[in-house]
Design a protein around this ligand. Sequence first.
Ligand code: NAP
Length: 248
Amino acid sequence: MDLLKGKVALITGGSRGIGQAIVRKYVAEGAAVAFTYHSSEAVANALATELSTPDTPVKGYKSDASSYAAAEQLITEVLQDFGKIDVVINNAGVTRDTLLLRMTEAMWDEVLNTNLKSVFNLSKHALKAMLKARSGSIINISSIVGLTGNPGQANYAASKAGIFGFTKSLAKEAGSRNVRCNAIAPGFIETDMTEKLDEKVKEAYLKNIPLNRLGSAEEVADLCVFLGSDQSSYITGQTISICGGLYD
Ligand code: NAP
């Protein structure tokens, strides 16, 4: 359908799960794609080789999203390699679940830095080029848990709730230059992240999902295509839930 033809997208955490599905959909819609990974080097290289064509170049970069300096270097490299950045998707994320009484400072810091500080790191460094181009779409992958809270996920829920405030603020700062910023709040999506959850937890979730099934990474990727395309040109500062109707 070429919804993203001519656009360059940077997707963090593109090696697995939702990020990989976004990389695939973006290429299918005609975008050139830069994506990052943290440790899955072989998977990332295979993905770039599989998808890259002269019309839709795809390149993987090993880059820790939680590092401010690494984000600055990444944006410089992507601009050199691709010439511009139209869409940034802040997707990289981790969980380190446990009850607050058992949560260590390291577990808190790792989740906050990977899930929330990363959004600051990437958005800040990409923003200059977008403001200059008077065009851009920043998409932040949050979670329904940021809206509802969840026992055992105080660190994760706090990181995802922080994304909402960041998103609304940046939308207000950058809107006059046609740079949009939106958040997506997925519910329960089948990936490695949810694979490790206890079966009883999964069953409890399912009971509360009106559509009566888990979501797929591809369904989240479809929403990312919409928010990165010109079809969403009047949407900014919003959080869109994609959760099968899951309520708290
Ligand atoms: P996943 O399958 O565990 O994949 C996580 C991705 O993030 C991987 O590509 C991983 O790279 C990358 N990553 C992790 N730490 C990184 C770092 N420091 N720097 C750069 N990349 C890093 O997770 P997922 O389920 O696809 O989740 C993707 C996003 O959606 C996350 O932000 C998550 O919180 C959010 N989300 C997921 C669900 C769900 O139900 N799955 C629900 C709500 C929100 P490596 O492969 O190199 O490790």
